[in-house]
Design a protein around this ligand. Structure first.
Ligand code: SF4
Ligand code: SF4
Length: 96
């Protein structure tokens, strides 16, 4: 007797979204990622590539390092209560 079954399609996670209008292609986010899931942009004017999205630690290092605020980190729901924005860690005058 043969059995048939179907595998449920699971969408890959999408932890990082780059804003191509803000990104200056400096690759600082690529260099700071502790687990190297980002690949550098191929040329100036392009955003880096998230090569291994399912491996992301959601640590936020890339967001903190980005000088252009071009990265949006989409936290899973269980992480959202612990997230603090970069600006909330700065003292008044740090952004001047
Ligand atoms: S959140 Fe952390 S692990 Fe994920 S891409 Fe950014 S630096 Fe890498
Ligand atoms: S650090 Fe920011 S500006 Fe630089 S490549 Fe990454 S997303 Fe673009």
């Amino acid at each position: 007797m043969s059995r048939s079954f179907t595998l449920r399609h699971v969408e890959p996670s999408k932890p990082i979204t780059f804003d191509p209008k803000k990104c200056i292609g400096c690759n600082r986010c690529v260099n700071v990622c502790p687990i190297d899931i980002l690949l550098p942009s191929a040329s100036n004017g392009e955003t880096p590539v998230v090569a291994y999205p399912d491996e992301c630690w959601y640590c936020g290092c890339c967001v903190m390092e980005c000088p252009a605020e071009a990265i949006i980190l989409g936290h899973p729901l269980m992480n959202q209560v612990r997230w603090v924005e970069k600006k909330s860690l700065m003292k008044e005058g740090d952004l001047k």
